[in-house]
Design a protein around this ligand. Structure first.
Ligand code: SGN
Ligand code: CA
Length: 520
């Protein structure tokens, strides 16, 4: 249920009074643990199937799926870290929460309404630990401990309200330790809790932890069918990006094939202790020797880079999965599992060689779709799979609704609680609006906005070019063919144009507005 908070304030009724009196038996409100990794592709979760099904190291994430609901169409609104995090916190599109890009961005305005603030106000004990990536200090939480910016994998710095300090260890393990510590200290506080556990992994440059260094050493991964995509049948944006495995992915920093060890400092590998470095070298030195001896070229080199990329990427995920297992075990051992909702998500999707790419940003499937799995004992039917179009825009309202807190009317998503109960409302969204802004910038993906329906996507690249693209996911699931100028799709395009216009009005966005607050 949505309520207009400013109207209530005008009547002299505070939201807290409202939420308080709407609750009975507040201590029974569910705890919420939101585990979010960074750049975890759904293709790299075994429970999601696909070509890596038998190789993805995700037994514990799969456990959440078995006990909960797997969302197969969770769409993000702007596929990049900081903006996704701001959308999750506020339940508002980027142009309204003010955090539109990672680069060249003012810090997130933490004085605005966010779901942690509303939960805290309603009596929840709240915390955020791990990657934050929003520039300003977190607000609305009783406890926070965050990585500066992207953070480092080994011996990372953390920032708390007392300042910045360095810790010894591997980032995924440190974040897990801190979260379990906070849970132990707060589980008996008499208040329900909401913890945001934000992993850095498996973000670039994909540095595996000490326990996982050799995990995929001898594994060969199947290749995606579009690994050698040449972007024919598509427009200027796809042809001019800078995110291919072949050209953009660096042999040294990304694939650890260092010739010049001085470059290790670019990726934080200079932070390793002598013992950590010895373990690292014992794994990578033989790979380096072999690689430079083999003198690979052309497609053989791309194939090799893809394999090397996935070895490290999945090894990083193995540590995240272990972390998830530790949280689930902790809940069970402490009798908290029945009343704790556990969510596993990634900030956005990611390319694992599809279209020859890594990274994200596009409105194409692999980056637009994020994994989302929710376990809510007694409410969600174990092992259920949902294909409704949900969005990271819905998370704030979902969390508030789970906690029985009134949802402010200016949030732009919708609570997924009815879906979790197996009762999808008949008027659930049938179309989703997207807007990506960070251009020029890393990976050079041009600015675009668009509408997605079950079957089609209409995309407009509008900033330094003016090109429309239309994809039919039914006849072209891999999105290899822009059919915008195909006469047989003329009426589909006309219809989508109208619906897109309506969506932009609904969410208060427009091309003109976007141009007005972006760097020229
Ligand atoms: C870094 C990465 C990019 C990545 C952005 C944003 N380069 O700049 O590849 O797209 O982060 O990622 S790196 O060489 O520094 O790793 S995001 O997930 O935070 O949005
Ligand atoms: Ca990310």
């Amino acid at each position: 249920m949505k309520i207009n908070l400013s109207a209530l304030t005008a009547l002299g009724i505070s939201s807290f009074a409202l939420t308080s009196c709407s609750q009975s038996g507040m201590h029974q409100r569910p705890n919420i643990i939101y585990i979010m990794s960074d750049d975890h592709a759904y293709q790299a979760i075994s429970a999601y199937g696909g070509i890596l099904k038998d190789l993805a190291p995700t037994p514990n994430i799969d456990r959440i799926t078995r006990e909960g609901m797997r969302f197969d169409r969770c769409l993000v609104t702007n596929s990049i870290s900081g903006p996704c995090r701001a959308v999750i916190l506020t339940g508002k599109y980027s142009h309204l929460n003010g955090f539109i890009t990672n680069e060249g961005q003012k810090p997130f305005d933490g004085s605005q309404q966010t779901f942690p603030k509303l939960l805290q106000k309603s009596g929840y004990n709240t915390a955020i630990i791990g990657k934050w990536h929003l520039g300003s200090d977190p607000t609305g939480v009783d406890h926070w401990e965050i990585l500066p910016g992207q953070g480092n994998y080994y011996n990372p710095d953390f920032i708390t309200k007392d300042g910045r300090h360095t810790e010894t260890g591997y980032v995924t393990e440190l974040i897990t330790y801190k979260c379990l510590k906070w849970l132990k200290e707060n589980k008996d506080s008499g208040k329900p809790f909401m913890l945001m556990m934000h992993h850095k992994a498996p973000h670039r440059e994909w540095q595996p932890g000490p326990e996982e260094l050799t995990l995929y050493k001898d594994v060969t991964f199947p290749e995606p069918t579009t690994l050698f995509d040449d972007y024919s049948n598509r427009g200027a944006a796809e042809k001019s990006q800078d995110m291919t495995i072949s050209k953009t992915m660096r042999l040294e920093e990304d694939l650890k094939l260092y010739k010049d060890r001085g470059k290790m400092k670019n990726t934080g590998l200079n932070r390793l202790s002598p013992a950590q470095m010895a373990a690292w070298d014992s794994v990578y030195n033989p790979i380096i020797r072999q690689f430079y001896k083999s003198d690979l070229k052309g497609n053989d080199l791309i194939r090799f880079k893809y394999q090397r990329y996935l070895q490290d990427y999945l090894a990083c995920i193995a540590a995240v999965d272990k972390s998830v297992g530790e949280v689930l075990d902790f809940l069970k051992e402490n009798g908290l599992d029945k009343n704790t909702i556990v969510i596993y998500a990634s900030d956005q999707g990611f390319y694992l060689g599809e279209h020859g790419w890594f990274d994200k940003r596009w409105m194409f499937e692999q980056s637009y779709r994020a994994p989302l799995i929710i376990k809510w004992p007694g409410v969600v039917k174990p092992g259920s799979i949902n294909s409704n179009m949900v969005s990271n825009l819905d998370l704030a309202e979902t969390f508030l609704d789970m906690a029985g807190v009134m949802v402010p009317s200016d949030m732009q998503g919708r609570s997924m609680v009815p879906i979790l109960k197996g009762l999808t409302p008949r008027n659930w969204r049938k179309e989703h609006y997207y807007h990506y802004y960070e251009y020029p910038g890393s990976h050079m993906v041009k600015r675009h906005y668009g509408i997605s329906t079950e079957r089609y996507k209409l995309i407009h690249y509008y900033y330094d070019i003016d090109e429309w693209e239309l994809y039919d996911r039914k006849s072209d699931p891999e999105e290899m063919k822009n059919v915008y100028n195909n006469p047989s799709y003329a009426s589909v395009a006309r219809n989508l144009h109208k619906r897109l216009q309506k969506l932009m009005i609904k969410y208060g966005d427009s091309e003109e507005f976007a141009r007005s607050f972006l760097p020229k």
